[in-house]
Design a protein around this ligand. Structure first.
Ligand SMILES: NC(=O)c1ccc[n+]([C@@H]2O[C@H](COP(=O)([O-])OP(=O)(O)OC[C@H]3O[C@@H](n4cnc5c(N)ncnc54)[C@H](O)[C@@H]3O)[C@@H](O)[C@H]2O)c1
Ligand SMILES: O=c1ccn([C@@H]2O[C@H](COP(=O)(O)OP(=O)(O)O[C@H]3O[C@H](CO)[C@H](O)[C@H](O)[C@H]3O)[C@@H](O)[C@H]2O)c(=O)[nH]1
Length: 329
């Protein structure tokens, strides 16, 4: 049984679907704070539990023979984390302490979890390898770095093997169009752009057009959620083959500016999508591009959906069919 924590969220719900498609048995834990029960594949067993509630969480390990954990639970709004650091440490670090306690108690030795490019802060060298210095510029990134460190020590003491995956900008949706990104508070560029052709927003705001980049707007490395989960499946296989604990970057290895993304969205939706330049958003690094060579070398992972057109087309298919997310239209 694979335990997916945060399996009702955007990325976790894709993991649940792809694990089930691969023939795995899955149990999901989610408190539905930002997740949606409608996103959880029906073939998975579901517990509505907060992982900070150790007693309730213990029951999941008692009632199921857990072989490995995929851990997606977190609060993940960079801006919010600056004003509410304790919330981020309490949930992201505090929740993970319970994950470790119960893994140790029930002798579960394998975990794959979500880390982030935000652990690097403003990178010194691009493309960013795992060797880059980790200097987070916000509490969200710091909380993920703290999680990585906790796992390192738990491995040494209790032989709990982990794979930490540092995601860059995750986007897109399952090609079936049945699940996708539906955050109550949306901050991510692609779903915000798509709200314009949906008639929910008049224009997209470009945060800063005076960066030292080709068109003055920030450059990011967008990775299709299906490729991202494929890396999780490969990480699980790696741990099953007795692989040692590792940290991997996950990106497509290509950078796109905010303006390039808006232009592709115009082509795909056929909508003019007006844009308005505004001040820079605090804490945004100018360019984030991943080197995922280590994941390719050790996990044998290579992203397949590297065209931003594919990423935006799949996101658009979901948003068109779910204009209110999982809420009824
Ligand atoms: N979306 C991105 O681009 C991105 C980039 C880097 C890292 N990440 C990380 O990936 C993971 C998933 O991100 P997402 O975009 O799917 O977010 P999400 O908010 O959609 O998913 C998180 C899920 O965890 C659940 N959850 C949170 N705290 C919980 C708790 N204490 N107990 C039980 N359930 C809890 C939420 O209800 C939600 O369903 C997060 O850890 C995030 O930090 C995301
Ligand atoms: O309305 C918007 C929204 C975003 N942007 C810009 O678009 C780019 C991408 O922004 P996102 O909010 O989509 O993504 P981030 O790069 O800020 O954040 C992502 O990468 C971070 C690592 O730095 C974390 O991992 C985080 O969880 C993940 O969502 C940024 O330059 C941002 O300033 C706009 O111009 N207008």
């Amino acid at each position: 049984m694979i335990l997916v924590l945060g399996g009702a969220g955007y990325i976790g719900s894709h993991a649940v679907k792809m694990l089930i498609d691969a023939g795995e048995s899955v149990v999901v834990v989610d408190n539905l704070e930002t997740g949606h029960i409608e996103a959880v594949n029906k073939a998975a067993k579901f517990y509505q539990i907060d992982i900070r509630d150790e007693q309730a969480f213990d029951k999941v390990f008692k009632e199921n023979k857990i072989e490995a954990v995929l851990h997606f639970c977190a609060n993940s709004l960079v801006g919010e984390s600056v004003g509410l650091p304790i919330k981020y440490f309490e949930n992201n670090v505090g929740g993970t302490i319970n994950v470790l306690k119960l893994m140790e108690k029930y002798d579960v030795k394998k975990i794959v979890f979500s880390s982030t490019a935000a652990v690097y802060g403003e990178p010194k060298v691009v493309p960013i390898t795992e060797e880059n210095e980790t200097l987070p510029t916000n509490p969200y990134g710091e909380s993920k770095l703290m999680m990585e460190k906790m796992f390192k020590w738990a491995d040494r003491a209790h032989d709990i093997r982990f794979v930490s995956l540092r995601y860059f900008n995750v986007a897109g949706a399952d090609p079936s169009g049945s699940i996708g990104e539906a955050h109550g508070v949306e901050t991510h560029l692609i779903p915000l752009i798509l709200q314009v052709p949906l008639g929910q927003r008049d224009f997209i705001t470009v945060f800063g057009d005076d960066y030292p980049t080709k068109d003055g707007t920030c450059i990011r490395d967008y990775i299709h959620v299906v490729d991202l989960i494929d890396a999780h499946l490969k990480a699980l296989a790696y741990l099953r083959a007795d692989g040692l604990s590792q940290i991997f970057n996950l990106g497509s290895g290509d950078g796109f500016s905010v303006r390039e993304i808006i232009e592709v969205a115009r082509q795909i939706t056929g909508h003019p999508i007006p844009e308005k330049a505004a001040a820079r958003r605090a804490g945004d690094p100018s360019t984030l591009i991943a080197s995922s060579e280590k994941a390719t070398a050790i996990l044998g992972w290579k992203p397949k959906h590297t065209q931003v057109e594919t990423i935006i087309r799949d996101a658009w298919a979901f948003h068109k069919s779910h204009p209110n997310g999982y809420k009824p239209v």
